[in-house]
Structure formats: C-alpha cells, structure tokens
Design a protein around this ligand. Structure first.
Ligand SMILES: C[S@@+](CC[C@H](N)C(=O)[O-])C[C@H]1O[C@@H](n2cnc3c(N)ncnc32)[C@H](O)[C@@H]1O
Length: 238
C-alpha cells in the first residue's frame, strides 16, 4: 500500500492535519504578527488550513510543499480572498529554497520530511529572514522517563526550546494540544479508516489499511496518551 493513500483515507474529512484545534491555531496570527506583504513557506503543508486562513485575511505570499497530491487538491480548491498561494507537489528536501528568503517558515507535523527536529530547525532557520519566525509543531515528551526502555523518544518542551534556541531563534510562544485534542485527532483517523474499510471490502489495500489503523490506534492508546504530547513552538530569528 502506498502510505500516501493511507493518509488520504485517514485524513479525508479533516483540514487541520495535526492535533491542535482551530481556535488554538488562530493564536499564531498574533504570535507571528501576520500582516500584508509577508512571505510564508509551509513545509509538509497538507491541505494548508493555517496558511489559507491567513491568506483570507492578509495579502501574504505563501508557498506550500507536500508530497501528497490529494491534499494539495484541497489546498488549491478555493482561491483565498487576499493572499496569493502556490503549492508544489514535491518532497521538501528537493524543493529549492534560497537562504533567508521567507518571513515565516512553518512545519507542522512534518519535521521528518527534512530529517529529525534539529535538522528541520536548521533548514527552517536558514530559510528565514533575520527577524522572521520559525514555527515548528511536533510530538514532545510529557515527562522525562524515570527508566529508559530504549525507545527513541522525542525531547520534552524544554528540550525542544533548547533546540530552537541553539539554532539561532528565540522561543516567543508555545501552543500545546490537550489530551482531549490529541484523542480527537487519533480517534478521527481510527473512525475514518474503519468506515472506509467497511465501505470498500474488496479494495486491494483493505487489509493493510485495517492493519495500519490498528497499529496506530494502539500506539496512540499505549504510548502517546500516557507519555507524549504535541506542541507548537514559535521562534523569532535574531
Ligand atoms: C501530519 S501532516 C501535517 C499537514 C499540515 N502541516 C497540517 O498541520 O495540517 C504531515 C504532512 O507532511 C507531508 N509529507 C510527508 N513527507 C513529506 C516530504 N518528504 N516532503 C513534503 N511533505 C511531506 C504529508 O503528505 C502530510 O501532508
């Protein structure tokens, strides 16, 4: 099964493809001082809900990059009222980005498209103009483990702040998903994939979709719910 097909099924009914709610994402308007004339780069933009909201209200120039053409179809469906958005169906690493060329560089739930969180931040900060904003959202550890089980775990929020600051941006705001927000996001995937499987029993991907859906659901219940959260950090490049 092509993983892009899986995610198109699991996220077919949602436009915000991360655990943060629309209300919390709107805080980024202020935290990023979004205004007419700013340039925005969105790595792993998916359906680009946030950038589309900004472009409804502000004359921004936005660029979105994503490997999944089905998500970009949704992102392109309606021209925004004020801004101009262009979308590229490309892997992030293949997309040429000039140094210090964007006012705001976003990467919500897609650091793996560049590498790990430190690699993504290095890339993002390099692409940001001095005084601009980097906005990264990813899994964070809720509490440092007392005994390491050998799992590869993400940093906690303090660790994430250290990574942002080591890459030359000062963290000016954080926004976190609540446990209920993350539960809603994970339940949406589970519900959408089970519904699809019931409606498509003969589809060649049927069994693999169900198997991945179950694995991800159990990972959420066993590991994410007790140990992990999801936080956006806003950094201002010096
Ligand atoms: C968790 S979703 C987040 C989407 C969007 N940023 C949001 O928060 O609503 C991750 C996105 O990264 C995209 N992606 C995965 N690998 C990628 C790559 N190598 N280059 C660009 N985008 C990639 C996926 O297609 C997906 O749209």
């Amino acid at each position: 099964m092509d993983p892009l097909n899986y995610w198109a099924i699991a996220e077919r009914d949602i436009e915000i493809q991360n655990p943060i709610t629309d209300r919390k994402l709107r805080l980024l308007d202020d935290y990023c001082d979004v205004a007419d004339g700013l340039s925005v780069l969105d790595i792993g933009c998916g359906k680009a809900w946030l950038m589309r909201q900004w472009a409804e209200r502000h004359a921004i120039e936005g660029v979105g990059i994503d490997v999944n053409a089905r998500f970009l179809e949704v992102a392109r469906r309606k021209a925004p009222a004020r801004g101009r958005l262009t979308f590229h169906n490309s892997s992030a690493k293949r997309f040429p980005v000039a140094m210090e060329s964007y006012d705001i560089v976003l990467c919500l739930g897609a650091s793996f498209a560049i590498g790990d969180v430190p690699a993504a931040l290095e890339w993002m900060v390099a692409a940001t103009k001095p005084g601009g904003r980097v906005v990264i959202g990813d899994l964070v550890l809720k509490h440092p483990p007392v005994v390491s089980k050998g799992d590869i775990l993400p940093p906690d929020t303090i660790g994430m702040m250290g990574i942002v600051e080591r890459h030359g941006a000062e963290v000016s705001a954080t926004i976190s998903a609540s446990e209920a927000d993350f539960e809603r996001y994970a339940s949406h995937h589970r519900h959408a994939t089970l519904t699809w499987a019931r409606a498509n029993p003969q589809h060649p991907d049927h069994d693999e979709v169900l198997a991945k859906s179950r694995t991800d659901w159990l990972y959420y219940q066993r590991t994410i719910r007790p140990m992990l959260g999801w936080t956006i950090l806003v950094g201002r490049k010096g």
